[in-house]
Design a protein around this ligand. Structure first.
Ligand code: PGA
Ligand code: ZN
Length: 412
């Protein structure tokens, strides 16, 4: 039974304020913090009420604690329902989706502790047996970097040949280190600067970045004997110009309409053997997604992030229209564990791969590592280095050690 709910303002990795929630039960304790995005989807729930984290603490904390005290922490669905009622809006703008998701996750952690279980088995049952592949972030552009970086937001890698999580996370950092070498050779002005998610910020074009990423994957594969394939989060909503109706690649000095974008991305997938492409089109362009997925969906995961914002209604539309074969799962896009799970379940029932993900503004909260295992998500996207990123990766290594003989998830 919940005895106390405490909300505090803490730092995120960009130095912005976010909320951390403690839930105290008579025999359990749970703590969770909410992350925040920079390239947010327009249909996400609102992170905080207008007065920000300070308003959450001055007004919302008491509302929430007076309703939640006395409830059972394991009744996550009831707790999420109460939070929705307290909020009363359809986009969580009164209490903030970040507030509600932190409460929801803290309650689950408190319940897990009172049952003497790790969170992944409390949520996923005692039979969880598969580990997700970490999708590592190697280079940053777009909204996560400075003005001379590529327009494409994230150059990623998936170590699909790794035999376990430990090998996988070290394969990812090996590519990251390799890239530093290659970038320093290519660009004498390279400063070693990193973006919001810990990838290098190179002063090069999109095409040059793709080339150098491919080279780093190959050289690392040859050195380690582990197959590593490249991927991208294009975050295309950020460079879609809705007046021109063009994707504007400022670093390459090229503009592409939707048809040209379909051909361009298809070409990238074939040229660089990309395993994964996230948000290759604007968040409203289900049609562009559908066309690309129909052309390359058998060899590449086409993933919707801003397109779906972890919302089951939007995912349903995507399934009906065959828009994508993967979906990013960010609990704070939808504001509760219950709704996050509903979206994961719908995805899995329809062969859409759920990819549990961090945000660009993170804390050292490790909850998403447990969610990825509990949900049986084949991939988790949580960077490669940086304290707030390795918090999740190291937790995955611990979970792997705790499970007896876990297998890696199936990617195909
Ligand atoms: P965000 O970006 O957390 O800044 O929204 C991450 C992503 O687009 O995947
Ligand atoms: Zn994204």
């Amino acid at each position: 039974v919940i005895e106390d709910v405490r909300v505090r303002k803490i730092l995120d990795s960009r130095g912005n304020p976010t909320v951390e929630v403690d839930i105290i039960t008579w025999n359990g304790f749970g703590r969770a913090a909410a992350p925040s995005g920079a390239s947010t989807g327009s249909r996400e729930v609102v992170s905080f009420p207008e007065g920000g984290v300070d308003q959450v603490i001055s007004e919302v904390e008491d509302l929430i604690s007076s309703e939640l005290i006395g409830m059972a922490a394991e009744d996550i669905e009831d707790i999420d329902e109460v939070l929705r009622e307290i909020d009363g809006t359809d986009n969580m703008s009164a209490i903030g989706g970040n507030t509600s998701v932190a409460v929801s996750m803290a309650a689950a952690k408190a319940a897990a502790m009172s049952f003497g279980m790790p969170l992944y088995s409390f949520l996923g049952g005692n039979f969880v047996s598969e580990m997700p592949y970490p999708l590592g972030n190697m280079m940053n552009g777009g909204a996560h970097a400075g003005p001379n970086a590529p327009d494409i937001q994230e150059f990623l890698v998936v170590p699909i040949g790794a035999k376990d999580v430990e090998e996988a996370v070290f394969a990812n950092v090996a590519v990251h280190k390799k890239l530093k070498e290659l970038l320093s050779k290519k660009d004498p002005d390279f400063t070693g600067g990193k973006g919001d998610e810990g990838g290098w910020i190179p002063n090069i074009t999109n095409t040059q970045a793709l080339e150098i990423q491919a080279q780093a994957c190959e050289e690392t594969r040859d050195e380690l004997g582990i197959l590593i394939r490249p991927g991208l989060d294009m975050a295309s909503s950020e460079f879609w110009d809705s007046e021109k109706e063009k994707y504007v690649y400022s670093q390459d000095n090229i503009e592409r309409d939707v048809g040209e974008q379909v051909e361009y991305v298809k070409d990238l997938i074939e040229t660089y053997n990309l395993f994964y492409v996230e948000d290759p089109f604007d968040e409203n362009d289900f049609e562009g997604f559908r066309e690309l997925t129909s052309k390359v969906g058998n060899k590449c995961r086409i993933c919707g992030d801003d397109l779906f914002v972890t919302n089951s209604r939007l995912l349903k539309k995507g399934i009906d229209e065959k828009a994508a074969n993967a979906i990013i799962i960010k609990p704070n896009q939808i504001g509760s564990l219950t709704e996050t799970y509903a979206t994961v379940k719908l995805a899995k029932e329809n062969n859409v791969m759920p990819v549990v993900s961090h945000r660009s503004g993170e804390t050292c909260d490790e909850t998403i590592a447990h969610l990825a295992v509990a949900f049986g998500a084949p991939m988790i996207k949580t960077g490669a280095i940086g304290g707030e990123r390795i918090a999740k990766l190291n937790e995955l290594i611990r979970i792997e050690a705790e499970l007896s003989n876990p297998k890696m998830a199936r990617l195909f």
